[in-house]
Design a protein around this ligand. Structure first.
Ligand code: Q9C
Ligand code: ZN
Length: 342
């Protein structure tokens, strides 16, 4: 399988993540891509290519124009305001406040566009996110032109990013951008299967009222896991989108036996939908040793996951999402892909 990768994704080098009340080095770090690409080469997964450039038009098809502009200018505005740490929101349009006003002040604006506080902004974040979506679209293009699978080694990840919100380490929703491009290219139905440990709240929200994208997510139950406020089983879509959103929230300590049962249910639902393309939001933070998650998947079990995905028999684009057990992230990610390749 072909991999798309770029060193430009490492332009995001945030120094801080707000975690447990202290600022720590971010779990979502540039070393993640080095370790994954090393493993891709080590096992000979296939050719590694640089992405093409697609500009902002495909981003504008998903995200709000002022949100994109905010991401491009936020760091400079923060510095110009004389603020010294990394941009972290400290006030939101929470309940009982107005959510229809966008402050001019950078401190207020960050709260408007952030859905969580762990994701510090930094110089280079916009460029990295822009490259991340180029990687996703390059992988998609390869799948569309050849029918062969491809792996987009996206970083930063995308599935928490909503129309006009960043957070959970995500800025542009790579999977949503790719799905929309496939539809614009003439496809009628695209399925997005999100197997990252966390619920793909951004992707769900973007397609919630649509029937041309089936979104399915296996994740830690939101009562107990980030992003807490979305991802429950009763969220099934609305209007035309009713029944085209499927959540599989799973409890603490879920092992591969239970997780793969949910996966099989998701696969059955995908087959019934008869999509022309499958996009896999591939997070490996389901791993037993992931530092911020609570499932119990073992390294070898990711191979079986890849095999099951292959059985669906669809043109498939894998896009990297999370996974923070950095030492094993290469093994686990590439295990899914080699399992798929058979
Ligand atoms: N105590 C992705 O995997 N913070 N994002 C979790 C846990 C945010 C994860 C805190 C996790 C975001 C793409
Ligand atoms: Zn995750």
């Amino acid at each position: 399988m072909l991999t798309f990768h770029s060193e430009e994704t490492k332009k995001r080098q945030a120094r801080t993540e707000l975690y447990g009340g202290t600022l720590v080095p971010p779990f979502e770090c540039p070393e993640r891509v080095d370790i994954i690409i090393d493993r891709v080469r080590q096992v000979g997964l296939g050719e590694v290519r640089l992405p093409g450039t697609y500009g902002l038009e495909p981003v504008l098809a998903i995200h709000d124009a002022r949100y994109i502009d905010f991401l491009e200018t936020a760091w400079d505005e923060w510095v110009a305001a004389g603020l010294e740490g990394e941009p972290i929101p400290s006030i939101w349009p929470a309940r009982r406040l107005r959510s229809d006003v966008i402050p001019d002040n950078i401190d207020g604006k960050i709260g408007y566009y952030a859905l969580a506080a762990e994701t510090s902004l930094s110089p280079g974040t916009f460029e990295a996110a822009d490259t991340s979506k180029d990687i996703a679209l390059s992988a998609l293009d390869h799948v569309l032109h050849t029918g062969e699978p491809a792996f987009g080694l996206c970083r930063p990840p995308g599935h928490h990013a909503a129309v006009d919100q960043y957070g959970g380490y995500c800025f542009f929703n790579n999977a949503a951008i790719a799905a929309q491009c496939a539809l614009n290219d003439g496809m009628q139905r695209v399925a997005i299967l999100d197997i990252d440990f966390h619920h793909g709240n951004g992707t769900q929200d973007i397609f919630y009222d649509r029937d041309d994208v089936l979104f399915l997510s296996l994740h830690g139950e939101p009562n107990d896991a980030f992003p807490y406020y979305l991802g429950f089983a009763d969220e099934t879509g609305q209007g035309k989108g009713e029944s085209f959103n499927v959540n599989y929230p799973l409890p603490r300590h879920t092992d591969y036996a239970a997780w793969s049962q949910a996966l099989d249910q998701a696969i059955a639902r995908i087959r019934a939908y008869r999509p022309e393309l499958l996009i896999v939001s591939l997070g490996v933070d389901t791993f037993e040793k992931d530092p911020i998650s609570f499932f119990k998947l073992k390294s070898e079990e990711f191979i079986d996951c890849g095999r099951r995905l292959k059985q669906i028999g669809l043109p498939t684009t894998f896009l990297m999402e999370g996974g923070y057990a950095v030492e094993e992230i290469g093994i686990n990610t590439v295990n899914v892909l080699t399992g798929f390749d058979g």
